[in-house]
Each structure stands twice: as structure tokens, then as C-alpha cells.
Write a protein of this length. Sequence first.
Length: 271
Amino acid sequence: MKMHILDLGRMYVDEASFVAGIHNGTLRNQNPVAQWIEFPVTGTLVDYGDGYVLFDTGCNMRESVIPDDEDTPSPFVSTEDDILPAQLKKLGIDPSEVKYVVLSHMHCDHVGYLYLFKNAEIIVAEEEFANSMKLYGLRGFGPGPYKNGDFNEFLAAELNWRLLPEDFKEYEIVPGVKAVTFGSGHTYSMTGLFVSLPNSGNFLFSADALYCSLNLGPPVRIPGLIFDSLGYVKSANFIAEYAKKTDAKIIFGHDIKQFLTLKRAPAEYYD
């Protein structure tokens, strides 16, 4: 079994969106300067011998184009060489060979190329799917991380869905690879990926349930961008306990410092 960490471009954001209150004013520094930080957009591909499991699909290239009359709190910066189709091509893999796609959630930096995987089983938390689809169906999405273009494309593709109920904590995809539901926090419901490799050991991918190591603490530090603060703390503690129980290394969703220390495709992999 091999695991490939995919570098799918970069986004930028005010650091206070990742860690709430990280630059609070004080008596001696009443007007602190916001910190504009870079973070990675990532995916993970597991080769299990008879096919592939993909965790998240990155941003669609169209998200890198910001009209002059619009603004965004988290711009996407990429080239055609970074996006998922190019990364798979570098590994000699066609999207039709991917048997399973696990979605951590349905924001644009995770579902941008989901529509390519017509032969795969698409695994996502039921609460995340149901609530995001409700918003889409009622009025479409305004400015924010869910994008009409992504939903239009993957619905037109008529994909094969497997929805994980909230109380379904583990779903074994293939031996050594599990989808793990974390519950609400960053969104309506988050899903992670657990991978057990014979030589490299165990990994738990948190995605945006934990943006970076600062969120985990201890104590848990919630982000500025959040759906459910109490759920976030609960899921963060669950991730910490699950990683301890399984002796797994936590891979945070958008931690640039950690990401740059990882083996990255196509040159390197874990096995």
C-alpha cells in the first residue's frame, strides 16, 4: 500500500480566521496588525493494490479568478500544474481508476474536481450532504465556501453516493483505510481519513476539523471561521483521543509548517 500527499495549490487568509483572537488588542498594543498567511490546499491518494482511495479533490481552477469588482477573504492561487487532474496525471493515474472518494466536507477547496469521479463511491457525512444540498436547492449559494459551480458539476455527473450517519464513527473502505466521522464544528459534519501503512505507520487526516496544530492545543483553540463552536471542541477532543488510541500521526487540514515537512507527490510517498 502506498500513500501520496497531493499539493493542490495555495490559499491565503487572515490568521485570525484560523485561530480566533490570535491578534487581540491589548493595552500596550491596541491596534495590532492583521497577519495574512499562506496555507496549502491538499489531497491524499491511497494506492491499495486494486484501485485508489482519494481524500478530497481540491479547488477548481476557476476559483483562482477573482473579478475586479469582487473581494474574497481567502483567495486561491494555483497553476494548471497544481490542480488535481495534473497531479493524478503525474502519477500516471486516470480518474476512472479511483474507486472511492472520501469528502471531508463540501467546501470549494475540497470538492472542486469531484465531478471527475463517475466510477467511484463518494463517501461523505450525511448531515454535511443533506444540509449543504438544502441550501443549494432552496436558493443557491451566495458568497462563501460552498459554490454553485461545484454543485452544478457534480450533480450533473450523477455520482454514486454513500452517506455516513452521524453515529457511524468508522467506515472501513478497504483494509487499513477508514473514513472517520467527527461531527459538527467547522461545518455541519466533518469526516476524516485514517490510513494504516505497514512501514510508515498510522495517519489520521483531520482536514478542516483542525486547520493547524494551534487549534488542537491543549487547550483547544477555536477558529474565527466556524459553524458550531461547541461541536468544534468536541470533535477536536475526539480526534486527539482517536489518534492516541490508534497511535496515529494527525495531519492537519491547512498547516503550512507541517505540510512542508511531509513527503509529497509525485517524487515521494509513504508505504
